[in-house]
Design a binder for this molecule. Structure first.
Ligand SMILES: *Cc1c(COP(=O)(O)O)cnc(C)c1O
Length: 469
């Protein structure tokens, strides 16, 4: 198209002012405000200008576009005002999916957030005394209850920071700044691509003293490495991998024994840190908070939004004298959490105190049997009515994810979906573009849907989305 022809098209574009005065935008301006509508109008007009410049529009298609200008501005406005963070349906079967925000919260947590967040609270106020209080007391009392059965003899307390990475940083900086921390080479892990034990160690000011080899570290290796600069023995949970075959690793109890003998505390970074024994859920050999403290670890660190099933947070539980020195570290002030975290953590912990595990969504999902999931899958299958889609219910496995029990899987039933005209990747993209987006797995040319991680009320939304495709 000649530049003369293009400049004629440009001339046909109305000004923003003219567009805003058009009758079909009156009610939109009334409901959404003129500045948002002006922005949307500018964006749509700029897009048309660009399409003229790149030769995509001729006179006829420009006229068509101008006729639909009101609609285009309205839809631009809708997408500009839509939340970027939104809920999705997790049909992957990965219970703690870090990319999907890990643990969904318990209803009681949500209710308590709603009740406290829109009001003032006693976050740091002692109501009885009428004076300044501490924010950690709101959950410390519940942790004391939950941990009491472990150690009647030792005083244990718990503080909360932003996440487990922050918990490890705070603990290392408090307990071992400028001193040495002994860690097995088999535990120098990287988690989630950005949390690396050696890097966190450097930032904390502690000096890493590696011992043993990748596959074998003996108690004697730790023993030989202890000197008068040693401040801490650190054990790190191998959250996302396993070492099998010719391996050796001292137990927490053996490390505790050595630490006590030489006057060096032991800290365990549990990562996921379950608050219940996962044997009941068919998961074996997974370290948990009570077990580690019972074995004598002086401090444990763990996440709030992994197996605990609460909000993002880092928990530090352990000997009160050590926890109290962490609380006085100025770093604690920088890493502390807000009232929303306390508001959702407290009801989550209360569910543990009441042993109401079914109220915690991740524990509920873990407890679902293959049979229960299978019958939901069967009824979903019957509710999808389209000739193009084939659905089979097959055996499969769900995983915990989020750095827990890397080799433990839960037997499940999967919906295996194929489409007559779409590849599995295209089909999964269609599912992602539905509202709410449905996130599935693709394996061997099929889309796999695991209802273990789907809230029961969402089953019908998946059936509807499949039918629409
Ligand atoms: C997940 C994990 C972390 C990081 O925890 P965040 O809460 O994501 O900061 C650290 N250590 C271990 C062993 C973990 O599994």
């Amino acid at each position: 198209m000649s530049s003369v022809a293009k400049s004629e098209l440009y001339r046909e574009l109305p000004s923003v002012d003219v567009v805003l005065r058009s009758p079909d935008l009156v009610s939109l301006i009334e409901s959404q405000g003129s500045s948002a509508v002006t922005d949307a109008a500018r964006t749509v007009l700029a897009r048309l200008r660009e399409e003229i410049s790149s030769g995509l529009l001729d006179t006829q298609s420009l006229h068509l576009a101008l006729e639909g200008l009101g609609k285009a501005i309205e839809s631009q406005l809708r997408s500009a005002l839509r939340h970027s963070l939104r809920s999705v349906i997790n049909a992957t079967g990965v219970i703690l999916h870090t990319n999907l925000g890990r643990a969904p919260l318990a209803q009681s947590a949500l209710d308590h957030i709603a009740e406290t967040a829109t009001h003032y609270t006693n976050l740091e106020f002692d109501i009885a005394a009428g004076e300044r209080g501490k924010r950690d007391i709101h959950v410390d009392r519940l942790f004391r209850k939950l941990l009491a059965e472990v150690k009647a003899t030792t005083d244990l307390s718990t503080i909360v920071v932003n996440n487990n990475a922050a918990a490890v940083l705070l603990a290392l900086n408090t307990l071992a700044d400028s001193g040495e921390v002994i860690v097995s080479r088999g535990e120098l892990v990287e988690i989630g691509g950005s949390f690396r034990i050696p890097d966190v160690m450097t930032k904390s000011g502690a000096i890493l003293r590696e011992v043993g080899t990748t596959n074998r570290t003996r108690l004697a290796d730790y023993e030989r490495a202890i000197n008068d600069r040693t401040r801490l023995l650190l054990r790190v949970h191998r959250s996302n991998f396993e070492i099998t075959g010719f391996t050796e690793q001292p137990s927490v109890g053996e490390l505790v024994g050595l630490g006590r003998e030489r006057g060096v505390p032991l800290m365990e970074d549990l990562g996921s840190g379950a608050l219940v024994d996962l044997h009941n859920f068919g998961i074996h050999g997974e370290a948990n908070v009570l077990g580690s403290l019972r074995a004598g670890a002086d401090v444990v660190t763990y996440s709030g939004d992994k197996l605990l099933g609460g909000p993002q947070a880092g928990l530090l539980s352990g000997r009160s004298d050590l926890i109290s020195s962490m609380r006085s570290n100025s770093l604690f002030r920088a890493l502390r959490v807000d009232k929303l975290t306390y508001a959702s953590l407290e009801p989550t912990l209360l569910a543990y105190v009441k042993r109401d595990y079914g109220a915690i969504p991740v524990l509920k999902m873990m407890s679902l049997s293959k049979g229960e999931i299978g019958s939901r899958a069967e009824s979903l299958r019957k509710n999808v009515s389209t000739a193009k889609i084939r659905l089979n219910v097959i055996d499969g496995e769900s995983v915990i994810g989020g750095g827990a029990a890397p080799s433990s899987v839960l037997p499940t039933r999967l919906l295996a979906v194929t489409h007559a005209d779409l590849s599995a990747n295209e089909l999964s993209a269609r599912l992602r573009s539905s509202d709410p987006p449905i996130i599935s797995r693709v394996e061997e040319g099929r889309v796999l849907i695991d209802l273990r991680t789907v809230l029961p009320a969402e089953d019908s939304k998946i059936a509807a989305a499949l039918t629409r495709i």
